[in-house]
Design a protein around this ligand. Structure first.
Ligand code: CA
Ligand code: CA
Ligand code: CA
Ligand code: CA
Ligand code: ZN
Length: 489
């Protein structure tokens, strides 16, 4: 970060000051400066030692309050030569630092501004589906002074929102927000993805893998997206996703630009990052802050078979590259993330056959509900439309579906088959309650599952969650969805 040199102003008592514009940063000007006393109102905040000497950093203060951005540094060489960097701001000596705005009102104003901007930022980008953002939250407001031509006393409010950590300055006399800026390191990158997959976005069942070859039709299916919550390391590592292993090496970009075509294995890394980040953001939008809220480890294209899996012993998701590379289909990404969700919420989940089937059914359902906002209604209950082009001939190409009409009469003891009973019930709940309510009910219910639960017990948990969250009518709708599958009587 570079900081603009500031004009120097004496802020001593009784002197309504004017900028002097003096600079003391040059080496030539250093020696005479050494003899002078430090100006008033400096508070030592840090002392650093380097090879050539010591460095004293001061915060500028005015009537005991920190002046925002006002700094003063003394660099003392081993021979005693002193260089001064004076970044103090002019503050009129008669500035009244009494406040009329309460800190709580300032915090409220700051958070409203942060939330409004976070919403605008999202809505201006391609991610319109994330229109509603959580409100900013913050700790206590601190009183401070802004110097310069518009000197005033402000409340300094630190907030946290989907944009990261924000510092807002609220005029302590008028209550207006003077400045609001993101100060955290989380950064946005750029990428290109399929969303959710080319078959759905292009509404074209005739697309084929052709052994991972670049094709015009598939290039047209790519869309440019913002990769949020990256940690700034230049890798696809962030708050909710860590691409930990990948065939051909990890994608890296100093400018956090990750744009590849699908024949490049790094494309699948971008897919994994983007779609897992999206789904964790969505979960948090629903109000859940403790559903696999961590940087999920992912291994991409490292398994040659046509399969993907979640390994609870290492808490890692692996996406295979057989047929259509699995991570070219967001529905595969979301299905596996579904397993990670359940393992996070219910340690050791999946101990019985029916719990295993619930795991598979939930993963399929989660893929479908995540696809809803980007699918324009195209074959919604069809799971993994693009990956399935490698191993199905019927159209639409689906690995499985969430609307098979199966009931417990169809149980065959294979978890993926039987998962279609469960996913059908969840999909019916989605249609009855709407997406947000259904997903709140389903995620909330998961917290009450036993690791070796049965269809009936998990269904009861779901009915109970619906009753507590939304009342009797919702509970009756959920009950009916399970009765239709002969899971509940
Ligand atoms: Ca590929
Ligand atoms: Ca492949
Ligand atoms: Ca595949
Ligand atoms: Ca689909
Ligand atoms: Zn699975």
């Amino acid at each position: 970060m570079s900081k603009r040199r500031k004009a120097l102003v004496a802020a001593t008592a009784g002197l309504a000051s004017i900028s002097l514009g003096l600079s003391f940063t040059s080496a030539a000007g250093a020696a005479p400066e050494a003899a002078k006393a430090d100006p008033n109102g400096l508070k030592l905040v840090k002392t650093k030692t380097s090879l050539l000497g010591k460095h004293y950093w001061y915060q500028q203060t005015f009537k005991g309050l920190p002046v925002v951005g006002g700094y003063y540094a003394k660099h003392v060489a081993k021979d005693g030569a002193v260089q001064v960097a004076d970044g103090r701001d002019a503050v009129p000596a008669n500035l009244d630092v009494r406040t009329t705005v309460a800190p709580a009102s300032a915090t409220q104003a700051a958070n409203a501004a942060v939330t409004a901007r976070a919403n605008r930022a999202r809505n201006a980008g391609p991610e319109k589906r994330f229109a509603k953002q959580p409100a900013a939250t913050s700790g206590a407001a601190q009183l401070a002074v802004i110097g310069g031509p518009n000197a005033r006393v402000v409340w300094n409010v630190t907030s946290r929102s989907t944009e990261g950590v924000t510092r807002s300055l609220v005029d302590a006399k008028s209550g207006s927000v003077v400045e609001s800026k993101v100060i955290s390191d989380n950064i946005d990158g750029r990428g290109s993805v399929f969303d959710p997959n080319p078959v759905v976005s292009e509404q074209n069942e005739k697309l084929t893998d052709q052994n991972d070859k670049n094709q015009d039709a598939l290039f047209l299916a790519q869309k440019n997206v913002i990769l949020r919550n990256l940690d700034g390391s230049g890798k696809l590592n962030g708050s909710f996703v860590n691409i930990k292993e990948a065939k051909g090496g990890l994608a890296q970009s100093k400018t956090n630009t990750f744009v590849y075509q699908r024949a490049n294995d790094k494309f699948e890394q971008v897919m994994s990052y983007y779609h897992i980040n999206q789904t964790q953001e969505y979960i948090q939008q629903l109000g859940f802050e403790d559903v696999n809220n961590e940087s999920q480890d992912v291994s991409v294209d490292t398994y040659s078979g046509d399969n993907s899996f979640y390994d609870p012993s290492t808490d890692m998701i692996t996406y295979g590259e057989g047929g259509v590379d699995d991570a070219e289909d967001a529905e595969v990404i979301w299905h596996e993330y579904g397993h990670a969700i359940q393992d996070d919420v219910v340690p050791g989940f999946g101990e019985s056959e029916q719990a295993g089937a619930i795991g598979e059914g939930f993963g399929d359902y989660w893929a479908v509900t995540m696809s809803v906002p980007v699918s324009k209604g195209f074959n919604l209950p069809c799971v993994m439309d693009w990956d399935a082009t490698s191993y199905t001939t019927d159209e639409p190409h689906c690995l499985r579906r969430t609307d098979t009409g199966k009931t417990t009469d169809d149980i065959d003891g294979e978890v993926h088959d039987d998962g279609e009973i469960w996913s059908n019930a969840l999909w019916d709940i989605h249609q009855a309650l709407g997406r947000a309510k259904a997903n709140k009910v389903i995620l909330e219910a998961t917290f009450f599952y036993d690791p070796d639960t049965s269809f009936a017990a998990a269904a009861q948990d779901t009915v109970q969650a619906a009753r507590l969250l939304y009342g009797k009518t919702a509970a009756a709708q959920v009950t009916k969805a399970f009765q239709d599958r002969k899971i509940l009587k």
